[in-house]
Ligand binder design. Structure first.
Ligand code: TYM
Length: 371
């Protein structure tokens, strides 16, 4: 039996992130690459310091080019099949940081077409409604509107289509089948879709007609698309897009990936305070069966979904994180207190986020581009 599966549409099993690097043929973000980023940006975001972003394709080359005066832009995206959850924010938070530090343009693709094609019960109208809903969350993160273009595939297809066609012509059915595990029951839109997700990786080159690199921050599930994009780039004489991959923000049920298909174990940015409390209290922890045992033996943070929340998002300060970890390990910190503290932090974050989300409603036109 397969140990684990990671594709853009399915993540299951116990993920071995090292094996993904090997199987996908990516590279680790090592110390020297981190130092290089630090040299250019002045510091390192905790998502990099903690190796949550841990793998890449040609990031070293992109940074060398950048030092030689060859510019780059950022490209990332969202498939709008429901509300945004905290896991989705991981790549977007780093994207914002990269935009700020390098002062570069960002293209943000919203793939309503993809979600319509891949989700049996989602209508095209609902996917579009979620697109507009999710865009508020994206704007709320504070991307620079002068340097950010957000587009929804069905409203921007004219700008994408020519490039998508050029890509599609060089992708055979058997290549796509092998990359994504499709069988002949998949609809033909699904088979074509990777060409649409490839297009923004080349669009700036087409517009500028001069060398410009593209850097794609995403979780590693999206890599199979861009492996194909990179193969095709060579044939089309486009620059190969570069990638920086994150691990998955884990679920509250102890699984490796926070996923919309597991509603109770992931926190949506739209969850209210009570729901957050309920979900956190139900979470799988690394705690012991009784308070006495916890005091004596201590908890196991590495097996704890609550600790992972601190690690991935809610305690950016490394010293404070270590303090939480040590207090857990030596039995000083009990799960109940740790959960209560996290609930406060999440609700504070979400309260702020909701305010920014409201403001975003007036800002959409500053970000959205249409044909
Ligand atoms: P989507 O909507 O599934 O996910 C949006 C982004 O979030 C990442 N992601 C996660 N990151 C950390 N922890 C998690 N638990 C988690 N779950 C999802 C995804 O890797 C993605 O980066 N087809 C894409 C949309 C897209 C795109 C792109 C993404 C279009 N162009 C370019 C990245 C880069 C999708 O459905 O993403």
């Amino acid at each position: 039996m397969e140990e684990f599966v990671v594709t853009p549409w399915e993540v299951r099993g116990k993920i071995n992130y090292d094996k993904l690097v090997k199987n996908f043929g990516t590279k680790y973000i090592d110390e020297s690459l981190l130092q290089k980023i630090k040299k250019l940006t002045g510091d390192l975001h905790f998502l990099l310091r903690r190796k949550i972003f841990y793998s890449h394709r040609d990031l070293d080359k992109l940074l060398n080019d950048y030092e030689r005066g060859i510019p780059f832009y950022l490209y990332t995206g969202r498939g709008p099949s429901g509300h945004v959850h905290l896991g989705h924010l991981i790549p977007w938070i780093l994207t914002k940081w990269l935009q700020d530090r390098f002062n570069v343009k960002l293209l943000f693709q919203i793939t309503d077409d993809e979600k319509f094609l891949f989700k049996k019960t989602l209508s095209l109208e609902d996917a579009l409604n979620y697109a507009y809903d999710n865009i508020l969350d994206i704007i709320a993160l504070g991307f620079d509107h002068r340097k950010t273009e957000i587009f929804i595939d069905t409203e921007y297809i004219k700008s994408l289509y020519k490039i998508a066609l050029k890509v599609a012509k060089h992708l055979t059915y058997s290549t796509v089948k092998a990359a994504f595990g499709f069988d002949s029951s998949y609809n033909i839109g699904a088979i074509f879709f990777t060409a649409i997700q490839s297009a923004p990786a080349f669009i700036e080159y087409e517009r500028n007609k001069r060398l410009i690199n593209c850097l794609i921050p995403c979780a590693i599930d999206q890599d199979p698309h861009f492996r194909l994009t990179r193969d095709v780039a060579k044939v089309l004489k486009y620059p190969k897009p570069c990638l920086i991959h994150s691990k998955f923000f884990p679920s509250l049920s102890g699984l490796d990936k926070m996923s919309s298909s597991e509603e109770v174990s992931c926190i949506y940015v739209t969850d209210d305070e009570e729901l957050v409390r309920k979900k956190i209290w139900k979470a799988v922890t690394g705690g012991r069966g009784t308070v006495k045992e916890q005091r004596e033996k201590g908890g196991i943070p590495k097996n704890c979904s609550i600790f992972m929340y601190y690690y991935y998002l809610f305690e950016p300060d490394d010293n404070k994180l270590r303090e939480i970890e040590n207090k857990c390990k030596n039995g000083e910190l009990l799960c109940g207190d740790c959960k209560e503290d996290l609930i406060l932090r999440i609700n504070k974050f979400l309260k702020e986020h909701r305010k920014k989300r409201e403001k975003a409603k007036d800002l959409i036109d500053k970000y959205l581009v249409r044909d």
